[in-house]
Design a protein around this ligand. Structure first.
Ligand code: SAH
Length: 184
């Protein structure tokens, strides 16, 4: 986390706040996650170099940059075109090779599955089967699930072809995951 300059991912007007441990507004009414939350979710994924990770909800691009800096092969999808374009620009400035997509990622990215990890950085109403299906055996899906005001961090691990384990971690508050498998 010390290697990724968080101020790059900020609105100019808020750049002096970039090194506080808080979430802030970005464009399109979205947020850049709090560093604590980014660290917490990253740890739950147990990243090792070379792992193929899907992030749903690129937002500012900060979480994706942390994963890439740790050596993961990162695929990230964002529904707002403006945020998608801005993230592309920052990744290129920082020399990070991240596969970026623009569209509804609520059903994952079947074309590039399986993934060794899937991280959803927006609040989902439920755990979509589709995302579990896109996990490699041993892979983990980390996603906040609940209502609009509060979510539990859910960690689902694929144990083999048909079996999954499920754990619930602490309470968080994310912006909503919209789209086909999110909030309508
Ligand atoms: N990971 C981000 C935080 C993102 S905030 C960061 O590090 O800054 C959540 C993001 O999810 C928002 O940008 C929102 O537009 C996006 N989002 C919500 N629903 C989505 C969907 N169905 N597909 C892709 N992105 C989505």
């Amino acid at each position: 986390m010390e290697k990724v300059p968080r101020h790059f991912f900020f609105l100019n007007s808020l750049a002096d706040k970039a090194y506080f441990d808080q979430a802030y507004q970005i464009e399109e009414g979205q947020t850049i996650s709090q560093p604590y939350t980014v660290a917490y979710m990253t740890e739950l994924l147990s990243i090792t170099p070379g792992m193929k990770i899907l992030e749903i909800g690129t937002g500012s691009g900060y979480q994706a940059a942390i994963l890439a800096e740790m050596g993961a092969q990162v695929y990230t999808i964002e529904r707002h075109e403006k945020l998608y374009r801005k993230a592309l620009e920052i990744f290129s400035l920082l020399g990070l090779n991240i596969h970026c997509f623009w569209g509804d990622g609520s059903g994952g990215l079947t074309k590039y599955a399986p993934f060794d990890g899937i991280i959803v950085t927006a609040a989902a109403p439920r755990e979509a089967e589709m995302l579990k299906d896109q996990l490699a055996v041993g892979g983990k899906l980390v996603m906040p699930v609940g209502d609009i005001n509060s979510q539990k961090m859910v960690v689902i691990e694929r144990l083999d072809e048909n079996r999954f384990s499920r754990k619930e971690k602490g309470d968080f508050k994310f912006v909503p995951l919209l789209g086909k498998h999110g909030w309508k």
